[in-house]
Design a protein around this ligand. Structure first.
Ligand code: ADP
Ligand code: ASP
Ligand code: MG
Length: 426
């Protein structure tokens, strides 16, 4: 007998028929003698609908009230799934984040989980019950409802698995695993059977939204065996002890797999959430970067890539990127400081994207960057900014080249699916 936490995303919970399908899958696991805790998202589109509704009241909704509102999507689906389970003969109970006692800090819209009370869940499991928990939400020490950031149900799933010391956390979604890149953008993307936490963390943080980054952090920290798999594929839930340990979905592994042929690049991530600001003609002297960036970080705006070009006249152009949502705020701050930093002008651009290649194999291979830059040059794609770490290289490019860049890098690094290999769509 194993204890399994299963998380079902918005598409998997998107219609009553799909919810009934989820219930049947949960029943199969339960019938095999396993204890099952299910975490669910709101029906697909519901969180966006609620956010838009809030914006129809004001452009800057109060964050506490926003969380109060957007958390309701999951309250509906937990009850629907519990009803579906009940209708096929299982003893099931649904719980909101508050009812479980998923304790978070008070950072509304991006709260962090601090503690989870497992007593109630353990008692239910021991009584043979299936538990259905609302993803994405928690409660702070004042009793306010909080949410964990977009895609946060993944984190609820992993956090529950960690707290309950589950044998596996299964993230059921609309693709059958983690792919070498988003299969919606590169049809030749290939499923990865096994990927290290380190690489998955990098892919998630660079934009692969198949897993919320915090869920991967959590799984790494608490060593939760984590698997991504399809909720539409009915052949993938054999008994836990035999087929399941095999190549179903993608396993995020704690140990790096020692394979003879470690690929240099494991995956390609991209994000459209980018915006660039350039401050022209500031004096090239000590303290400039700090003068420009301190007010930005004081406003809680995260700066990502930075570049400084020195002009012959002793001035410098200073460029950095921020999340697109923060662009107007950052620009306003720069404009109000323009005199103090002696800027000639301030430019901004949000028609840009970041494309990154990720792989632990980079550590032991030379020439990865030049192969990347060559592939982009061959397609006539201009690189605006570059940043690197030990296991990733990111470039900023014009948005119109996104698909072309991802596909050509995918081919250049030998990641394309072979003829005859199955494709991503479930
Ligand atoms: P859910 O609603 O189940 O949480 P998400 O939409 O959050 O699903 O995540 C699944 C989607 O992530 C896929 O449909 C796919 O388009 C996208 N995706 C992005 N990068 C990848 C990747 N490397 N591998 C698989 N899917 C990816
Ligand atoms: N419903 C939330 C969202 O759309 C949480 C999730 O689906 O993981 O972001
Ligand atoms: Mg998701």
């Amino acid at each position: 007998m194993a204890l399994i936490v299963q998380k079902y995303g918005g598409t998997s919970m998107g219609t009553p028929e799909r919810i009934l399908n989820v219930a049947r899958r949960v029943k199969r696991w339960h019938d095999h003698g396993h204890q099952v805790v299910v975490v669910v998202s709101a029906m697909s589109g519901e969180t966006n609908r609620l956010l838009a509704l809030a914006k129809s009241i004001t452009d800057t909704p109060n964050p506490r009230e926003l969380d109060q509102m957007v958390s309701t999507g999951e309250q509906v689906t937990i009850a629907m799934l519990a009803m579906a389970l009940d209708s096929i003969g299982l003893d099931a109970k649904s719980y909101t984040g508050r009812q479980v006692a998923i304790q978070t800090d008070s950072a509304f819209t991006k709260a962090r989980i601090e503690a989870i009370d497992t007593d109630r869940m353990r008692a239910d499991l021991n009584a043979g019950r299936v538990i259905v928990v609302a993803g994405f939400q928690g409660v702070d020490s004042e009793g306010n409802t909080t949410t964990l950031g977009r895609g946060g149900s993944d984190t609820t799933g992993v956090a529950l698995a960690a707290a309950l010391k589950a044998d596996e956390c299964q993230i059921y979604t609309d693709v059958d695993g983690v792919y070498t890149t988003d299969p919606r953008v590169a049809p030749k993307a290939r499923k990865i059977d096994c990927i290290s936490f380190e690489e998955m963390l990098e892919l998630a943080s660079l934009g692969s939204k198949v897993l919320q980054i915090r869920s991967v952090e959590f799984a790494g920290k608490y060593q939760v065996p984590l698997r991504v798999l399809s909720s539409f594929d009915n052949d993938n839930d054999g008994a836990f002890d035999d087929e399941f340990k095999q190549n179903v979905g993608t396993l995020i592994t704690i140990e790096e797999e020692e394979s003879m042929e470690q690929p240099i690049i494991s995956g390609i991530a991209f994000t459209r959430d980018e915006a660039k600001l350039t401050i022209l003609g500031v004096p090239d002297e000590p303290g400039v970067a700090s003068k420009i960036l301190t007010p930005i970080s004081d406003a809680n705006i995260e700066v990502d890539m930075i570049i400084q070009n020195i002009e012959e006249d002793g001035t410098t152009d200073f460029t950095f990127t921020v999340n697109r949502n923060d662009l107007s705020k950052a620009k306003k701050i720069l404009k109000s400081n323009a005199e103090e930093i002696r800027a000639r002008d301030i430019l901004s651009n949000d028609n840009i994207v970041k494309v990154s290649i990720v792989g632990v194999g980079m550590r032991s291979h030379a020439g990865v960057a030049s192969r990347m830059f060559r592939a982009l040059a061959d397609e006539g794609i201009n690189i605006i900014l570059i940043s690197t770490s030990e296991i990733k290289i990111s470039v900023l490019i014009e948005e119109k080249y996104l698909e072309l860049a991802v596909r050509s890098l995918h081919t250049a690094f030998g990641l394309d699916r072979e003829h005859g290999e199955s494709s991503a769509r479930a």
